[in-house]
Write a protein that binds this ligand. Structure first.
Ligand code: HMH
Length: 228
């Protein structure tokens, strides 16, 4: 299947997520709260544009069931996944306004601009390739962290793990993989290679996103000049 090919190619990058101190810190509960706060603020902005990518998927869908699938993903991101962020914001003392008015980091802009550009230019298959690494890798990470004894009961990070390891989120990731396979399987090799490139780029951007959050990096690490 096409998604096996994608996974095999991206495996070293995906394995490195689980080694990253940010991800490990969620798993063992040791992550600095300020780093998590930075992450959730940037991730909220990320999800706003991620929803726009799903909307483009509905626009470009050639079949009604694909249109419905992108619409469902948009709906559950807006109402369920982003609700996790709104609840964490409440616990961290960030208002909804502040959350929506977060200043974007360079990594966030690179990631969302890339996805939106590819989604605007491409067909429904490119749109699926843009969002696949996101949903799928968070599910893989959530399930891996959930293996840690007591991780999902952690009083602060437990809810994050429960969200991404949940049956509902697993179903979304599986549905995305199924859609990618349906859309890619009969495509010529040149097109498959392009979809694979998008998957690899977004997989790398996922790593950059974890690293950005760990260092609370806006534009350049350890410089204030560009951070205003
Ligand atoms: C950066 C990023 N990638 C993937 C997901 C999962 O939806 C997320 N919330 N944020």
């Amino acid at each position: 299947m096409f998604t096996d090919r994608l996974y095999n190619h991206a495996k070293p990058i995906w394995d490195s997520y689980l080694e990253h101190p940010f991800v490990k810190g969620i798993g063992d509960g040791s992550l600095d709260l300020e780093k998590f706060k930075f992450f959730m603020e940037q991730d909220y902005l990320y999800l706003i544009d991620y929803c726009r990518v799903f909307a483009l998927g509905s626009v470009k869908a050639t079949r009604l069931d694909t249109m419905a699938m992108f619409a469902d993903l948009l709906h559950s991101t807006l109402n369920e996944e982003m609700d996790l962020h709104r609840k964490y914001a409440g616990r961290l003392g960030i208002s909804k306004d502040e959350l929506e008015n977060t200043k974007p980091s360079s990594t966030l802009l690179a990631y969302t601009s890339y996805m939106l550009n590819k989604a605007h230019q491409g067909s429904e298959a490119e749109v699926a390739a843009c969002v696949l690494a996101c949903t799928w890798s968070y599910n893989v990470i959530g399930k891996a962290l959930n293996e840690n004894e007591g991780a999902s009961d952690h009083e602060f990070y437990g809810d994050w793990i429960k969200m991404y390891a949940s049956d509902e989120f697993t179903e979304l990731a599986e549905a995305m993989k199924k859609l990618m396979n349906e859309l890619a399987d009969d495509k010529p090799e040149r097109e498959k290679a392009h979809l694979e490139e998008i998957f690899l780029h977004t997989s790398k951007l996922e790593y950059l996103f974890w690293d950005m959050a760990y260092h609370k990096k806006m534009w350049l690490e350890n410089t204030d000049i560009m951070n205003s």
